[in-house]
Design a protein around this ligand. Structure first.
Ligand code: BDR
Ligand code: CA
Length: 319
C-alpha cells in the first residue's frame, strides 16, 4: 500500500485526483492538506471538507497556508475563469460544512504523519508548494523520512500556462517551489510537459458518470465549466493535471523521465520558471551544482493514464 498525504487546492482537477486517490485499491490516503491557489484557503478547505463528506473519505483534512512562503510577495487574483468563483466549477456548495478540520496546521500535520511512518509516506502535492516548504522549514529532518514527493507543477520543454514560461502551481509561490525542489529528498515533477497532453473528453467523463453513480455524477457536474474553459485549447475535454501526478504514485511505468537538479526562477519576467540541468550535461560552475537530482517527467502514455483514472474511480482498478 502506498501511504499518501494529498496536498491540494480544490480545484476541479484536484477533485478528480482526490476521488482517484481515495478509490485506488493500492493507496492508503492518510490525510488531505489544503493550500490557497485555485481559491482562498478558506474556500479550498471548505471544498476539501465538502468532497470528504460527499465521497465518504475517512482521512482528516488539515488547513494549510493562506499566503506565500515569502509573505511580502504580491498576491494575485484567484483563477475564477478556470475553477469558478467557488473553486468547484460553481456547482452548489454549502457555505460551511459541518465537519471538523484537524487541529494542526497542514505543515505540522505533514511533519507528524511523516514521523509516524518513517520512510513510507508519499507526499502528492498538486497546489502551490507552500505547505511543503513550511514543513521543511520547521523540521528539515523530514526530508530524510519521506519516501518521495510527487508534485504537479512546472514545465520544462513546453510553454507555461500562466505566463509564457511559468506554470500556475509554481508561479503561485516560486520561493516555496525552489525550497522543495532543492531539498535532499526525492521529488518527481509531473509538469505541463505531460499533463497538457493528457486530456479527458466530455463524453468520456459522461460515460463514467453514467456508470459511476452519484459520486461520479458530482465529479462530472463540477467539471463542466472547467471543460468549457479548456475549449480554446482542448477539443471538448479537459487537462487532468493533478490526476496525472496521482497516477504516477501507482503507475510510474506510464511516464518517461529524466534526472537532474531543478531550480525555480524567483522574480523578474521569468518568475516561476522551472529549469532542469540534466545529469551528465556539463556547464561551468552554476546554481544547479551540488543539488539533489530530481526526476522530471518528459513523456506519458496518456490514454493508459486516462483509462487508469477511470478504472480507479469506477472501482475497477486492478491491484
Ligand atoms: C495546476 O494549476 C491548477 O489550476 C490546477 O489545479 C493544477 O494543479 C495546473 O497548472
Ligand atoms: Ca491543483
Amino acid at each position: 500500500m502506498h501511504k499518501v498525504i494529498y496536498d491540494t487546492d480544490p480545484g476541479v482537477d484536484d477533485a478528480m485526483a482526490l476521488l482517484f486517490l481515495h478509490r485506488h485499491p493500492d493507496i492508503d490516503l492518510l490525510g488531505i492538506t489544503t493550500v490557497f491557489g485555485n481559491a482562498s484557503v478558506d474556500t479550498t478547505t471548505r471544498n476539501a471538507l465538502f468532497l470528504k463528506r460527499e465521497w465518504d473519505i475517512p482521512c482528516p483534512v488539515a488547513r494549510g497556508a493562506s499566503v506565500t512562503f515569502d509573505p511580502t510577495r504580491q498576491e494575485r487574483a484567484w483563477p475564477t475563469m478556470v475553477h469558478g468563483e467557488n473553486g468547484l466549477g460553481d456547482i452548489e456548495v454549502p457555505a460551511t460544512i459541518d465537519l471538523p478540520t484537524d487541529p494542526r496546521p497542514a505543515y505540522q500535520f505533514i511533519i507528524d504523519t511523516v514521523r509516524a511512518h518513517p520512510g513510507e509516506v508519499r507526499l502528492v502535492a498538486v497546489g502551490r508548494m507552500t505547505n511543503l516548504a513550511l514543513a521543511l522549514k520547521h523540521d528539515p529532518e523530514i526530508a530524510g523520512l519521506v519516501k518521495d514527493v510527487v508534485i504537479m507543477g512546472g514545465n520544462f520543454y513546453v510553454p507555461g500556462n500562466v505566463t509564457p514560461v511559468a506554470e500556475a502551481n509554481i508561479h503561485g509561490d516560486p520561493e516555496a517551489a525552489d525550497a522543495v525542489l532543492t531539498a535532499p529528498w526525492k521529488v518527481v515533477v509531473v509538469g505541463l510537459d505531460v499533463t497538457s497532453v493528457t486530456t479527458m473528453s466530455r463524453s468520456y467523463l459522461a460515460d463514467m458518470a453514467r456508470d459511476g453513480g452519484s459520486a461520479v455524477r458530482l465529479l462530472s457536474d463540477l467539471s463542466q465549466s472547467y471543460i468549457d474553459f479548456y475549449g480554446h485549447i482542448v477539443d471538448d475535454g479537459m487537462m487532468v493535471h493533478d490526476s496525472c501526478a496521482s497516477v504516477y504514485v501507482v503507475a510510474p511505468e506510464l511516464f518517461d523521465t529524466i534526472e537532474g537538479a531543478v531550480r525555480v526562477v524567483c522574480g523578474g519576467i521569468a518568475d516561476g520558471q522551472t529549469i532542469v540541468k540534466p545529469d551528465g550535461r556539463h556547464f561551468p560552475p552554476n546554481e544547479w551544482d551540488n543539488l539533489p537530482s530530481q526526476t522530471v517527467c518528459t513523456g506519458i502514455r496518456s490514454q493508459a493514464v486516462i483509462d487508469l483514472i477511470r478504472d480507479a474511480i469506477l472501482g475497477q482498478a486492478k491491484r
